[in-house]
Design a protein around this ligand. Structure first.
Ligand code: APR
Length: 320
């Protein structure tokens, strides 16, 4: 049986890391696409040359021709520009919207059966635009944000508790970034909910609140340190987890930006929600019940995403 084909649209910091991870995990053959001359070819060759030492079997190809992504099983989209210090994700809207148009049309023409994972920011609006431009079924187009946000949350919690990150699970909802909604009562250490751990004296409410805020600001913290771009290792790892769930029909329950129409009180919006990812793409959205406070936070996150979608419609009239 032929290996799956993974097309990475954007061969920058995240794209290159995605290619390396996909090859090392032998998820399939990798095509790196970018408009920057020589970059996709150079990275593909460099990673291929790590194959003998690493011992993986995967073909890597770099290209600037959309025809080379033909028949891809998975497309992961990072094309666009990242943040610089002082910028919010929303500042990227205008420029990255144009990129989504080109990418959406490229996927529509060449890989209409792919499972598409968008990483380009501002995430929730870009995944919506990408779906509109590509015309693919909604369940085959999603965005990577919640896996990363919850990974950051888990990491900070594991440091606070002095336990393995593997034993910390976290539950986040909503848009990527400032309006992210961490559901602390569903976040646990080996099944013990965070509020119980506060009661048990493992941490304090103040410390927990600070960890939640650091998670919300997690992307900005890294932009501030790197200065020349934004995070790429953890974003790439998070998207690979989603791609693997699809390719191996794992039915993983992962938070991601998914099309919500008739769930969680939403009518037609991409936003971060708990989903089940398997060979059907986004196979299910977990329609959880929220408390009043959680619902208020979720509503404000939803409104922020709606504002960005409206801004997209204002920029590109074909989306209105
Ligand atoms: N088609 C294909 N590739 C494009 C296009 C396009 N129309 N426009 C830009 N690119 C490429 C750039 O040439 C660059 O190589 O996208 C790549 C982006 O890579 P980086 O600048 O290194 O950015 P990266 O850190 O990978 O982040 C990409 O993900 O997390 C988000 O906010 C981040 O929107 C940003 C995206």
């Amino acid at each position: 049986m032929a290996r799956p084909k993974i097309a990475l649209i954007g061969a920058g910091q995240i794209g290159g890391t995605l290619a390396h991870l996909a090859a090392m995990k032998e998820l399939g053959d990798v095509v790196l696409f970018d408009i920057a001359e020589g970059i996709p070819e150079g990275k593909a060759l460099d990673i291929a040359e790590s194959g003998p030492a690493e011992g993986f079997d995967a073909a890597l190809k770099g290209t600037s021709d959309y025809a080379d992504i033909a028949g891809a099983d998975v497309c992961i989209v990072t094309a666009g520009v990242p943040r610089k210090p002082g910028m919010s994700r929303d500042d990227l809207l205008g420029i990255n919207l144009k990129v989504m148009k080109a990418v959406g049309e490229g996927i529509k023409a060449n890989a209409p059966n792919a499972f598409v994972i968008c990483i380009t920011n501002p995430l929730d609006a870009m995944v919506w635009a990408l779906r509109e431009f590509s015309g693919l079924p909604h369940e085959k187009v999603c965005g990577m944000a919640g896996v990363l946000d919850s990974a950051r949350f888990r990491h900070f919690l594991s440091l606070e508790f002095g336990v393995s990150m593997r034993d910390v699970s976290a539950f986040v909802l909503g848009g990527h970034g400032d309006t992210m909604v961490p559901l602390v009562r569903y976040s646990t250490v080996a099944g013990i909910p965070l509020p119980d751990l506060v009661d048990m004296g493992w941490t304090t409410q103040e410390k927990l609140d600070a960890i939640v805020q650091r998670t919300r600001d997690g992307g900005a913290e890294i932009v501030g340190l790197l200065k020349s771009g934004s995070a790429f290792y953890a974003p790439a790892t998070s998207a690979i987890e989603m791609a693997e769930a699809y390719l191996k029909d794992q039915k993983r329950l992962l938070p991601c930006a998914a099309w919500c129409d008739g769930v969680l009180g939403l009518k037609g919006l991409y936003v971060g929600v708990p989903t089940v990812i398997g060979s059907g793409g986004i196979e299910r959205i977990v329609d959880i019940k929220m408390t009043k406070d959680e619902q208020a936070m979720f509503d404000s996150s939803v409104n922020a995403v709606k504002g960005l979608v409206d801004a997209c419609k204002g920029i590109d009239e074909t989306l209105a």
